[in-house]
Design a protein around this ligand. Sequence first.
Ligand SMILES: O=C(O)CCC(=O)C(=O)O
Length: 249
Amino acid sequence: MQALKEELQRLDSVRPGGDLPPQPFSGFVTKRWFDLLNDGPIWEQVATQKSILKVLDEVLGEGFLLSTLGTAVIGAGEKAQPFHVDDSVYSFPRPHPNLVCNTMWAIDDFTKANGATMVVPGSHLFSDDPEPGKYYDHALLTMPAGSIAFVLGSCYHGAGANNTKMERRALTVNYCNGSMRQQENLMLSIHPSKMLSFKSELQDILGFKVCKGAGHLFARDPRMEMERHYSPAHDDREWLEKRNQPTGK
Ligand SMILES: O=C(O)CCC(=O)C(=O)O
């Protein structure tokens, strides 16, 4: 937690105000930083928390991917965010199997006063996405700092209003089913030399592992091509040997 707080401070000093311009949906005084795997190594740890990945395996199925890793640092006086769902980008008829799961990390206590996330219980079963701008009866995700809440991508939700004088700091780390397109273009946004330094578990959830036959390169995990092109330790004979082994598919 301490390291994350320091990292948020650092981000504010190098990219003041966040990566998005002020706007009604993402907020006027809310700091959202993205593409964080290019920043401090702590983000590698965030994306691959073992206890979280275990839950996601159940919720999203084998081969799930990291979709976007960002922050939601809600400034003092920010109004409530409109209700929305995180899987609307896919336009699947509802209800549908789980496509997205957001993990909300409370860096500060989430309270009614400082903008605890509003969630509409049972809404993951509703037959339509929320109507833009409509108010819905909801519960609040009040939780102490250090908590992590799982919010299904089909659940109506939004950040609450921050009526305090302090920021409400949070991370929003979104994962998706392995057959869905990720929100961030994570395979391109990270320099190959950095990508090669990541442990394979992280490379897997960024897209360097085939998921149920999807995402292949020469019928193999794309990781092999990344290593071939960019790894100084690459051995062409070893690569050819691996490539010539049957895939079993
Ligand atoms: O910050 C929150 O409480 C919710 C954030 C959210 O839903 C979003 O950024 O889409």
